[in-house]
Write a protein that binds this ligand. Structure first.
Ligand code: IVH
Length: 679
């Protein structure tokens, strides 16, 4: 935790924390793609709370401590986007950019002589906003929010000079998307004014833009110098053009600002040249940018490429290199996770890196400490890329003659022996449920937001109840009501808080089955895998039967998204008698709901399709993605469960098998017709 910060440093840190926590909330809650562990997340929340306690005047309107309670995020109305607002996959190297181009070629099955034109433009560090025009009139402006639902900021957007209220010659429905930002000069002047008036100091132009746009009072927004730059579109009643370049030119002709560094590149070399050109003029640009965005130029190709999770396959953010700084490693602490994994955390002399104060770094594992030769007292170089937890990249005093750091061979929490399994880098505490840290971490995971999401059962409460002997295993949560009277006697608990807690527990008696499975904390089973498993098996009981059956490995591994590692983890978990007891106990208290698929409902929903032979107009991946968009599953081999085989030239044994099993077989043309009709 950052100790001894000045007021300005604390303000900066709080701004960063507010943004980072909100982002991790979105990743965890809305996108099911957490980037950090629950304990790292909790560390951020705790750091925020401690800083706020130290500097009560600096508590922000958008502070996570306000949001994490029951209070609504903001008073702005929520609006659903007509088309989702996607995010972009990040790349940090030329190799990753090459892979992006190669992946596109593979997906589209392009012949080697076919060029892939890609546009390149700066990635503005602002906040994205969707502007909806109907009959040429601005009718709605919305922030991105979670991508599906944003906040209505129409009145505020009307105060921004770059955003036209009316557009002559616009299609009937025209949604323009772009970045609301504040220029560097305007940001500095705003902070000076804020300081003079005793108002809030913003950490960076991005925060200033976000804080200014997301105001209840448009008068406040009007007084802030916000700008807008268009970079794309959402719903349209008529297409703007056939390529990204022409569409952006059309948007410029409609009167919206677009980047003058926008360029259509032919191939990888030109993309990298333009990246370098933009990086060279980065410091001279009037606004902050954090990379370059590439987009496939042909819009019909964009359409075919579609999206994975929440990012399009046709776009990529090529980020600029991480910011670096030097400081001293003051201590190495060991955190024990829910599976007993012992993670070393470096405590630093706080240092500013690219505008934020960093006081902790992850040291990953024992091998990483050894690789860097790290010891307490070393001078180190750290780096921070985007919002990712900072890392040590170099030990500047590795050559100094001091004894090496000894990684503990016993758990610092319970004293049990710590071991590492052959071939694994992690050291684990062998204490199992004896280890209070593991027990607490498991319970924390069970009630966490992506899992059962039980409000009011935070870490402090879990520790308190565990110490009282009320909480050992997750099922005990559903027995807490028995302790109501005792709890009311305890300090800090009132009738209302006790009832609220018990009510939020009761509300989880019939949990979503994927969340329930994820909550069990089986190694390698994240929420996405849990969903895949529930889609395949329907219930946890069915999964357990499969995992304890004779052909468990085979049956589990044929589930889409499940490989041998996950299959083995499931088999191990369900074989362990203690886990079975915990699960039985739990299932006597809660009844998970049947799995409901969120894929589109079409006549192909739930059907299994096999693609075989060489497909000529698309790659296997594209065909698979098309099947998934129809709610179907693409399998690798033909069995009695196959509903349809799509065969291209050269299809062999699978075709024979399909004939034997009387599975209908169609060609690629027929498949294209099905996709077109369903789409
Ligand atoms: S394209 C699906 N172009 O970056 C396409 N985004 O990391 C998504 N951004 O949410 C948007 N500059 O807020 C695009 N030139 C640019 C951009 C840009 C900044 C932001 C945008 C988006 C985020 C994704």
């Amino acid at each position: 935790m950052a100790a001894g910060l000045t007021q300005a440093e604390a303000a900066e840190r709080l701004a960063w924390l507010a943004e980072a926590i909100a982002r991790h909330d979105r990743l965890y809650h809305d996108q099911d793609e957490p980037e950090i562990s629950d304990s790292d997340y909790d560390a951020l929340v705790r750091e925020n709370a401690a800083l706020e306690a130290q500097f009560p005047k600096l508590v922000r309107a958008d502070s996570p401590s306000r949001r994490l309670g029951a209070a609504p995020t903001s008073a702005l109305a929520k609006v659903a986007h007509a088309r989702p607002m996607l995010s972009l996959e990040n790349a940090f190297s030329a190799e990753a950019v090459a892979e992006f181009v190669a992946r596109i070629r593979r997906f589209l099955s392009l012949s080697p002589d076919e060029q892939v034109a890609v546009t390149a433009e700066p990635k503005i560090d602002g906040l994205s906003c969707s502007l909806r025009y109907e009959g040429g009139e601005l009718v709605l402006a919305a922030t991105r929010g979670d991508g599906s639902v944003g906040e209505d900021v129409t009145a505020n957007a009307r105060t921004i000079g770059d955003i036209p209220q009316r557009i002559a010659g616009a299609p009937d429905v025209l949604e323009l998307r772009g970045e609301v930002y504040m220029s560097k000069v305007d940001f500095a002047a705003l902070n000076e004014r804020q300081q003079a008036a005793g108002g809030k100091i913003f950490a960076n132009p991005r925060n200033a833009a976000a804080g200014s746009l997301r105001q209840k009072d448009p008068g406040v927004t009007a007084a802030r110098p916000l700008r807008f730059l268009a970079h794309g579109w959402g719903e349209l009643s008529a297409p703007l053009a056939a390529t990204q370049l022409e569409a952006m030119q059309a948007i410029a002709r409609l009167g919206l600002p677009v980047s003058d560094l926008f360029k259509r590149c032919c191939g990888f070399d030109e993309m990298l040249d333009h990246y370098a050109a933009i990086e060279t003029c980065r410091a001279d640009l009037p606004y902050d940018i954090d990379g370059v965005v590439y987009k496939v130029d042909r819009l019909d190709w964009q359409e075919r490429l579609g999206q994975v999770a929440r990012a399009p396959r046709w776009g990529l953010a090529h980020k600029f290199p991480a910011e670096k700084a030097e400081t001293t490693l003051e201590a190495i602490d060991i955190q024990v996770g829910r599976t007993g994994k012992m993670t070393p955390v470096g405590r630093l002399k706080p240092v500013g890196v690219g505008g934020v104060i960093v006081a902790n770094v992850t040291l990953h594992n024992r091998d990483e400490i050894a690789r860097l030769g790290l010891r307490v007292g070393d001078r180190i170089r750290i780096q921070r890329a985007g919002d990712v937890i900072p890392q040590v990249i170099e030990n500047l005093t590795a050559k100094e003659k001091r004894p090496a750091y000894l990684f503990p061979d016993h758990c610092p929490e319970c004293g049990s022996e710590a071991v590492s399994t052959e071939g694994e880098v992690d050291v684990r505490c062998t204490g199992g449920l004896v280890c209070p840290a593991q027990r607490i971490e498991r319970l924390k995971h069970f009630v966490s937001r992506g899992a059962l999401d039980i409000d009011g059962l935070g870490e402090k409460t879990i520790v308190e109840f565990a110490e009282l002997g009320w909480l050992q295993s997750p099922a005990d949560i559903f027995r807490l009501h028995r302790h109501r009277a005792e709890l009311l006697q305890r300090e800090g608990w009132k009738e209302k808080s006790v009832d609220n807690l018990l009510a939020s527990i009761e509300a989880r008696r019939e949990p979503d089955p994927a969340r329930f499975l994820f909550a069990l904390g089986i190694r390698h089973v994240g929420i996405v895998t849990a969903k895949d498993l529930m889609r395949a098996f329907g219930t946890v009981e069915a999964l357990r039967n499969a995992a304890t059956g004779d052909s468990a490995q085979a049956e589990l591994s044929c589930v889409e998204g499940v490989g041998p590692v996950v299959a083995e983890a499931l088999v191990d978990f369900f074989h362990e008698p203690h886990n079975r007891e915990v699960l039985d106990d739990l299932l006597s208290k809660v009844r998970p709901q049947p799995f409901v698929s969120q894929a589109r409902q079409t006549e192909w929903s739930g059907k299994t399709i096999v693609f075989t032979g060489s497909l000529e107009t698309m790659s296997r991946d594209e065909a698979k993605a098309q099947a998934e968009r129809l709610g179907a599953r693409a399998a690798g081999s033909v069995s009695a469960k196959t509903d349809l085989v799509v065969a291209g030239p050269g299809a062999g044994s699978k075709l024979k098998k399909a004939a034997e099993l009387k599975v209908p077989v169609i060609g690629e043309d027929e498949w294209a017709r099905i996709v077109a009709e369903a789409g």
